[in-house]
Design a protein around this ligand. Sequence first.
Ligand code: AHG
Ligand code: MN
Ligand code: MN
Length: 324
Amino acid sequence: MSQPLAHWLAAAVANNGLDLNLSGVIETIAAACAELSGILRLAPIAGQTGLAGHTNVQGEAQKQLDVISNDIFIKHLRRNADISILVSEELDEALHLENQGRFMVACDPLDGSSNLDTNVTVGSIFSVLAVDPANPDLLQPGTRQLAAGYAAYGPATSLVLTFGPSTVCFTLDDTGTWQLSHDALVVPASSGEYAINTARERFWDAATTDYVTQNVAGETGPAGKRYNMRWVGSMVADIHRILMRGGIFLYPLDSENLKTGGRLRLLYEANPMAMLIEAAGGSATTGRGRILEVQPDDIHQRVAVIVGSKDEVERVNALYARQP
Ligand code: AHG
Ligand code: MN
Ligand code: MN
């Protein structure tokens, strides 16, 4: 099955009507992720771990590798004349590249950076949208994404990708080539695994509390089956597990993050993950509606995220429907 990304994209252009320039945008992002993977592997030797000494627009302390990752994305995207705009977690404002291309990329250059110094899987998340470079609309709902994906820097380096109809996974080989490793990922409809930061329990709403209480009750509760809990602290790693074997990931709105609209960012965390999960047969909701239909009003807008196996997301939706 193994096939280099460039061949797979060329076949999609020839046979499935994939836009040639869009395929070039994906090759550009894939090259950025491949370079970043090499840097992350050697960062502890190169002295690139630890804090950068400043905070980003989200008020978060930037790690050196957050800054390096952002710079790598900018360097690669600049080389592609089809990309005119970059929205990044690490940049206060949208960056207008010199190019007049018709694509915009939104990215979280390094997701899970609190795990960096512990050698736990981190990732890069990206979303590709069409824009008019003369008058770009930066605030498009996720339904308008042309492509989305992430790289996971773990025991293997994975590139997970969708253009809408399906979700596929490539693995970086030791020549630096992305090779197709999983064709058409499918998120099983049911699962006994959930991921949520339970240390936030005292802030939860009734729907979240009820869902987790039912899971903890296992076969003795209304869910009628045993559950297990997993929380990596890198969304990329938690979502990768769900794409591979099912489960649900929740970062709901709670009484503490209510004022910011949630924890995770819509344009470059929630929307790309929602597109990948839906294309693999799963569901993605805020508890009150489909993530992909949320109309952004800010490039760094945050949103509630509940994604994964259809039956589990449906149980959460039903609990929200009971909550005023
Ligand atoms: P980032 O490192 O890009 O700021 O994102 C971290 C996110 C996400 O990866 C993860 O699921 C979540 O924050 C972890 O939140 P907690 O700190 O509440 O565990
Ligand atoms: Mn992130
Ligand atoms: Mn990040």
